[in-house]
Design a protein around this ligand. Sequence first.
Ligand SMILES: C[S@@+](CC[C@H](N)C(=O)[O-])C[C@H]1O[C@@H](n2cnc3c(N)ncnc32)[C@H](O)[C@@H]1O
Length: 231
Amino acid sequence: MPEATQVNAMFGRIAERYDLANQLLSFGIDRVWRDRLVDEVEWRRPKSVVDLATGSGDVAFALSQALPDIVKIKALDFCEPMIDQAKSKQRQSEDTRIEFSVGDILSLPIEPAWADAITIAFGYRNLENRATGLSEMKRVLKPKTGHLYVLEFSQPHPVYRPFYYYYLKILLPNMASLITGDKAAYHYLSESIEAFPDRNGISLELRRAGFTNVEAIPLAFGSVALHIAKA
Ligand SMILES: C[S@@+](CC[C@H](N)C(=O)[O-])C[C@H]1O[C@@H](n2cnc3c(N)ncnc32)[C@H](O)[C@@H]1O
């Protein structure tokens, strides 16, 4: 699993260009995946939501737009430059209810059983210790009723794998270096995706952490998955 200080420093380096790189390198599809995540959260009508590894805050902003005003939303990330980006976007919007803060998923600064829903988009793969992360998420979720939503890259169907990894390993780092000036960060992206378990592996991790009703929804030919589980 990746080393936390390196992950933090890497996101710090690309924070200012993160949104632009995301949109261009995913051809805008990242928005469709996030909308799917928000739809799943919305219909379960949570009253308190935490977006973990929020980065520049796109999931938190989408949640805020979709959920009624009464819903409390916290969003955190351990990379300060990323939270600065989120706060700067918040200042430019009408949205004041999201509480952005710097915090580590491996030691969440949130009281037990606070959240009806926890979301984490493209952050779970970056954790130095996924088991500790899941145990913290379970602690913060309301027992028996709280839901965890993990949106993450996955392993696509074998037919698509050669194209997928050609894009990830060859095209993406070169394109990304033009946008962010940081080729290494996008080599890390492809390496971390390749080393990451498939949907069954992540479902197993969730069950081992004590989550129930675990489901995994494949998106984009299986290259991305939305995992939903009950605390
Ligand atoms: C790929 S970005 C995802 C950002 C956002 N969720 C999105 O969908 O665009 C991954 C984020 O995870 C954060 N992260 C990684 N490990 C973390 C940890 N232990 N605690 C908090 N944030 C973490 C990084 O700082 C980074 O901002």
